[in-house]
Design a binder for this molecule. Structure first.
Ligand SMILES: CC(C)(COP(=O)(O)OP(=O)(O)OC[C@H]1O[C@@H](n2cnc3c(N)ncnc32)[C@H](O)[C@@H]1OP(=O)(O)O)[C@@H](O)C(=O)NCCC(=O)NCCS
Length: 241
C-alpha cells in the first residue's frame, strides 16, 4: 500500500514535506504568475522545471540546503519554501517562502507558512541566524516577517532590476536567541490553538472535500533520516526573499 508523503512539521492549517519532482509541473505554472515572478523570483522572466529539477539534485549532495512543499491539510499544494546556508558563514541561513497564487491573501497563510519553515529550520539545523530578503515594496512579507520577530538589518539599494526599474532589497534577520524568546512567549498560545484544533478535528469527517487526511509525520515513520534533503534553492529557482 502506498503510504503517501511523510511530513516533517505541521502548523494549524499547513504541513511541510520535502519538495518532489511530482510537484514541479504545478510550481512551474505558479511561476507564470506576475506577482510570483516579481516578488519571489525577482524577475519578469519565467523559471522552468529543468531549473527546479537541478535544484532538487543539488540538494541531495549538500545537507545545508533544502526545498520544501507546503501543503494544506486536504493535501493540496499551498506554497513553496527553501533554505540554504551562507557559503562563507555556514551557521547563517537564508530562507525563501512563497504561497501559490491561488491562496487567499490576508488570512494569515503567509505568516503561518513562513513560521513553519523558520521553526523547522531552527529545530533541525544549527542556525545562529536566519535571514530573508524582500523587495522593498513587498509590504505584506515585510510586515509578516516583523511579526515573526525578524528585524530589518539593512537595505541593498537599487539591487534588483525588474524591467526598467531598479528596486531596493530589504534584508531581514532573526537571531536564534530572538527566535527562542519568541517561541517561549508563543508556546502557551500554541498549546491552546492545537487543543482547539484537536477538538474541532474530532467532529470533522476524515475525507471528502476539504476533509483532513490522516497525516504521517517523520516521527511516525520508520525512516531514519529526519529531514529528507530534497530540493535546493538557487538564485534562479526562487530568490524572492
Ligand atoms: C507575501 C505573502 C507571503 C503574504 O501572504 P498572506 O497570506 O497575505 O500574509 P498574511 O495574511 O499572513 O500577513 C500579511 C500581513 O501583511 C500586511 N499587509 C498586507 N499588505 C500590506 C501593505 N500594503 N502594507 C503594510 N502591510 C501589509 C497584512 O496586514 C498582514 O499583517 P497583519 O496580519 O499584522 O495585519 C503572499 O502574498 C505571497 O506569497 N505572495 C507571493 C510572492 C511573495 O511575495 N513571496 C514572498 C517573497 S519575499
Amino acid at each position: 500500500m502506498h503510504a503517501g508523503p511523510t511530513y516533517v512539521a505541521a502548523s494549524e492549517r499547513l504541513l511541510l514535506r520535502p519538495l518532489a519532482r511530482a510537484d514541479l509541473p504545478e510550481i512551474e505554472r505558479w511561476f507564470e504568475d506576475a506577482r510570483i515572478r516579481r516578488f519571489y523570483l525577482l524577475t519578469e522572466q519565467g523559471v522552468d522545471a529543468s531549473t527546479l529539477e537541478r535544484a532538487i539534485e543539488w540538494s541531495s549532495s549538500d545537507p545545508d540546503v533544502a526545498a520544501w512543499a507546503i501543503e494544506e491539510r486536504d493535501g493540496s499544494l499551498a506554497g513553496l519554501g527553501n533554505w540554504r546556508a551562507d557559503p562563507l558563514f555556514r551557521d547563517i541561513y537564508e530562507i525563501e517562502v512563497t504561497l501559490g497564487p491561488h491562496m487567499p491573501a490576508g488570512r494569515g497563510y503567509g505568516t503561518e507558512a513562513h513560521a513553519l519553515v523558520l521553526d523547522h529550520l531552527m529545530r533541525s539545523r544549527p542556525a545562529a541566524k536566519v535571514v530573508g530578503r524582500a523587495l522593498a515594496d513587498n509590504f505584506a512579507v515585510i510586515a509578516l516577517a516583523r511579526r515573526l520577530g525578524f528585524v530589518e538589518e539593512g537595505r541593498l539599494r537599487r539591487h534588483v532590476r525588474i524591467g526598467e526599474e531598479r528596486i531596493d532589497l530589504v534584508v531581514m534577520g532573526i537571531l536564534r536567541e530572538e527566535w527562542e524568546r519568541r517561541r517561549a512567549f508563543d508556546a502557551p498560545r500554541a498549546v491552546a490553538v492545537s487543543a482547539a484544533a484537536a477538538v474541532s478535528d474530532a467532529h470533522r469527517p476524515r475525507g471528502g472535500e476539504n476533509g483532513r487526511r490522516a497525516v504521517r509525520m517523520v516521527s511516525d515513520a520508520v525512516a531514519s533520516e529526519p529531514t529528507a534533503r530534497t530540493g535546493c534553492p538557487s538564485r534562479d529557482t526562487g530568490g524572492g526573499r
